[in-house]
Ligand binder design. Structure first.
Ligand code: IMP
Ligand code: MG
Length: 179
């Protein structure tokens, strides 16, 4: 099939996202209340819009850091390797950490990142993902906060891409290929 022609069907509006981000930020702020500093670790590149909105709603002292991963491997095997392309700059030992991901799909990326960060002995480590596709899960990993649970559809927008495009859409849409 030719994958160059596609339309984007709105799945989650910009307004719904903003409302949910506000709720998530309230819960996260309550959980980490009293922290001297929360280190927010965004997974590049898909979480950049979410992290920008979420961080501005947090009522906490915050440090922002980023990690970039890439996954590769044989698509016929369920186990996938995850490579760290860019590590965080800061130290997290004894600190409060919030990992922010765009989508939890098979779960391999988050699983790898969380194991790595936990090996550095943070005080507390929590996970917030904007979207969750539970039907796709291959490893047992769950986020502490999920923005929206979605069906097994390929989505774009609000930071999330299809072949590096559509990250600047203000809402989340499902990609539908057309003739
Ligand atoms: P996982 O390791 O399979 O959980 O991979 C999660 C990553 O795959 C996410 O951070 C996204 O970058 C990418 N991904 C998963 N589903 C989608 C999608 O529907 N659209 C765009 N990227 C996706
Ligand atoms: Mg990603």
């Amino acid at each position: 099939m030719d994958h160059s022609n596609y339309v984007i069907d709105e799945m989650i509006s910009a307004k719904s996202i903003a409302a949910r981000v506000e709720e998530l930020a309230k819960e996260i702020s309550a959980l980490f209340e009293g922290t001297d500093k929360l280190i927010v670790v965004g997974l590049l590149r898909g979480s950049f819009v979410f992290i920008a909105d979420l961080a501005r709603e947090l009522d906490l002292p915050v440090e922002i850091d980023f990690m970039e991963t890439s996954s590769y491997g044989n698509s016929t095997e369920s186990s996938r390797e995850v490579r760290i392309l860019k590590d965080i700059r800061g130290e997290i030992e004894g600190r409060d950490v919030l990992v922010v991901e765009d989508i939890v799909d098979t779960g391999h990326t988050l699983n790898h990142v969380v194991h790595l960060l936990k090996s550095r002995n943070p005080k507390r480590l929590k996970i917030c993902a904007l979207l969750d596709k539970p039907s796709r899960r291959e490893v047992d990993i769950a986020a502490d906060w999920i923005g929206f649970e979605i069906p097994d559809k390929f989505v774009v927008g609000y930071g999330i891409d299809y072949a590096q495009r559509n990250r600047n859409l203000d809402h989340i849409g499902a990609v539908r290929f057309v003739e």
